[in-house]
Design a protein around this ligand. Sequence first.
Ligand code: HEC
Length: 162
Amino acid sequence: MVARLIAGLVVLLLGGGAFYLFMGSRETPENALLNPEDPQLVAMGRDLYASECAGCHGAGGEGQAGWENASQDNPLAPPHNGSGHTWEHPDGALFDLTKTGLSTVACRTLNSEAMPKFADTLDDGQIYAVLSYIKTLWPEHIRTQNVAINAIYADQDNPTAN
Ligand code: HEC
């Protein structure tokens, strides 16, 4: 009886926790690298996005037309506005992909002919800023899902550059 009660409580707690992660507030967790709620960071990121990224990823993050059907040998820039898959990456992976084109978390290397490596162009703070801005382009439900993804990868989210 007691065991059953405890089991029931555990299930309730786990269920509640999972529900909170997926449906809960999309407030930026303290351990997040990127902060779309920081107006100064976002303003800096907006300018950087316009000068460094918009040419390929689109002024509003819409990506290049036909990106979904492009080959990996000749990829087109995917959207950053929440309609692509940028949001599926945890913060550390987005940082690494922008800086070096390689993310150990995502196990994927970007095509370096098509997507510049920003290691020599932007410093780490600028990369955090531009990616924080990109997150402001995502609709509410995408932001919430991305917060959940970051929580899952929290212990691996270690940008190689730091
Ligand atoms: C010269 C064009 C170009 C510019 C400029 C550019 N990108 Fe890209 N980006 C690409 C292409 C093409 C890809 C897809 C590469 C691939 O799939 O191998 C890509 C992919 C990415 C990805 C991976 C997305 C995913 O879901 O896998 C991120 C993150 C990214 N870019 C961020 C940025 C940021 C941030 C900037 C500006 C600081 C930027 N890019 C500037 C062309 C560009």
